[in-house]
Design a protein. Structure first.
Length: 179
């Protein structure tokens, strides 16, 4: 019995909430029409053909709600939501987030950085490979670069050059990463 009353009360609250929302919309439309030079009350009138028949109790509630201001209607909606634990917001279908590149092939990266992550067991071979790749480096600079790994060896090179550099450094015993 108590569950039936609670359910009926919740249904009545939901109907009142819907009615309040409709009244808010109508009031907003009326204020827009009034500010646009339209006739006041024209858009807030509902034809009798659009109304569904309701009980006398609901008719009293509706009549009372019609007399409320927009702010009072908003407060009513919030109070009904709080009291009955319902939400007046319409359910929103959530679309799956699709990354913009999901349907299109990704652009291939055109420039790469060759990063020496470690010199490996053959440090001298790695130094020679670095000097071969970067001829402007002297022996001391190449040694410092290899010992300070991880460090970039080449930056902003094309894919073919990056792959060639990686092959040379890997052959010398170093570990390399392309970025």
């Amino acid at each position: 019995m108590a569950d039936d009353q609670t359910q009926q009360t919740q249904e009545a609250a939901e109907q009142a909430t819907e009615t309040a929302e409709k009244a808010e919309e109508k009031a907003e439309e009326a204020s827009v029409n009034t500010s646009d030079g339209g006739t006041e009350g024209h858009s807030s009138e509902v034809s009798q053909a659009e109304l569904k028949p309701v009980s006398a109790n609901l008719e009293k509630i509706i009549a009372t709600i019609e007399k409320l201001s927009v702010l009072e209607l908003a407060d009513l909606v919030h109070a009904l939501e709080d009291r009955f634990g319902v939400s007046a917001s319409a359910p929103i279908a959530v679309a799956a987030a699709v990354s913009p590149s999901a349907g299109e092939p990704q652009e291939e990266k055109t420039t790469f950085n060759v990063i020496l992550t470690s010199s490996g067991a053959n440090k001298i071979g790695a130094i020679k490979a670095v000097r071969e790749l970067v001829p402007t480096l002297g022996l001391k600079e190449a040694k410092n670069l290899v010992e300070a790994a991880p460090k970039p060896v080449l930056e902003g090179v094309n894919k073919a050059t990056a792959e060639e550099a990686k092959a040379k450094l890997t052959a010398a015993g170093a570990t390399v990463e392309l970025q």
